[in-house]
Design a protein around this ligand. Structure first.
Ligand code: NAP
Length: 323
């Protein structure tokens, strides 16, 4: 969707990795912001952002990026959000909306809010879309199309500011849902964080097996293992921060998961086919529901255009943070 008039005059992006650079590309394509200013921690990434033409201006510091911006989106690993807020807080313009894209929302709210001055609108957000790739080359404008973006505004948030940020994400192609940060963290613990933990575990386990060779694991990976390897290739910094910052919700879900795994273990041990069949039938219905609501395709390698990586297999965006 291309807008007749921009929703924001100046968008400042702190961090131009997969998510930040995808926002830059999508905001440019949709006309959602009149001007884009970007920065990143390293000179190498800032240089790449210039080469890729991601922004109208690429500046050297976080503080310099936010001056005069009416929308600031912090696109860094969640563990960095507090420090970034401390740097940008004194330089924010009155009335600016400050948001982020972190996969955990409670810790972001806790770490950023104290540094943001009165008169600015802090509205945390999480686009539930991603791939296992990182960095400015990995982004693409279509990443958010038909994906959810969850906004978690604090109770006292200005409703007009929330609606304007929601309109921004809709312009990038996303569907917007609003919930509390606490609820977000519980929902994402089961839909995204736990699946990633399982993928990281199983790929590590396969790697340590003595009697199955590495070449056999790779050769026969289509038998369920391949999708785990894709998820387990996700960025280690991002995922370390997710588990450190969403500890309570993940441990709660892990407890329930372990109990359910024990039930299936018992059924296998006892040769209880009915329990296995009934469980698998229930989960098959859940999968069909996901396909029906358009969050995945029945095709095994559903992909999207990925102009930045023409020579590599098209990454398959997934609705849990590769989310
Ligand atoms: P990424 O590709 O690794 O990019 C991170 C960016 O942040 C890089 O440009 C990095 O700069 C910059 N950065 C890191 N620390 C910084 C600091 N202190 N000041 C300024 N810039 C800094 O990561 P990503 O995948 O885009 O993830 C970013 C955020 O999006 C994370 O909070 C993650 O939870 C969330 N998220 C990710 C996904 C996903 O699938 N990846 C999906 C939804 C949400 P340098 O390159 O110079 O280090």
């Amino acid at each position: 969707m291309t807008l007749a008039a921009p929703l924001f005059d100046r968008l400042a992006l702190i961090g131009v990795g997969l998510i930040g650079s995808s926002i830059a590309r999508a905001a440019r394509a949709s006309g959602a912001a009149r001007e884009i200013v970007a920065t990143a921690r390293s000179a190498a990434t800032r240089r790449r952002a210039v080469e890729l033409g991601l922004a109208d201006r690429v500046v050297a510091t976080n503080a310099a990026a936010v001056g005069g911006a009416d929308l600031v989106i912090v696109c860094v690993p969640v563990g960095q959000c507090g420090a970034v807020a401390a740097e940008i807080g004194p330089r924010l313009s009155a009335g600016a909306t400050v948001s982020d894209v972190g996969s955990v929302k409670g810790s972001v709210l806790r770490d950023m809010a104290p540094h943001l001055p009165a008169g600015t609108h802090f509205i945390p957000a999480h686009p539930v879309a991603g791939t296992e790739y990182s960095g400015p080359d990995a982004g693409f404008a279509e990443l958010f199309v038909n994906r959810w973006c969850i906004l978690t505004p604090p109770e006292e948030a200005d409703q007009a500011a929330v609606e304007r940020l929601a309109a921004f994400w809709r312009a990038l192609g996303a569907n917007v849902e609003i919930m509390t940060a606490e609820h977000h963290d519980l929902v994402l613990a089961i839909t995204s964080h736990l699946p990633h933990l399982i993928a990281y575990t199983i790929v590590g386990t396969a790697d340590e097996l003595g009697e199955v060779t590495e070449s056999e694991v790779l050769k026969f990976s289509a038998g369920g293992f391949r999708d785990f390897t894709r998820i387990a290739a996700s960025d280690p910094t991002m995922w370390r921060d997710v588990f450190l910052t969403n500890k309570e919700a993940v441990l709660e879900m892990l407890g329930t998961f372990t109990e359910d795994l024990s039930k299936l273990t018992r059924a296998i041990r006892r040769g209880d086919g009915d329990t296995l069949f009934n469980h698998f039938s229930r989960t098959r219905a859940i999968r069909r529901g996901i396909v029906q609501i358009g969050q995945d395709s029945p095709a095994p390698d559903f992909g999207r255009p990925h102009p930045a990586l023409p020579e590599t297999p098209i990454p398959r965006p997934y609705a849990t943070d590769g989310e």
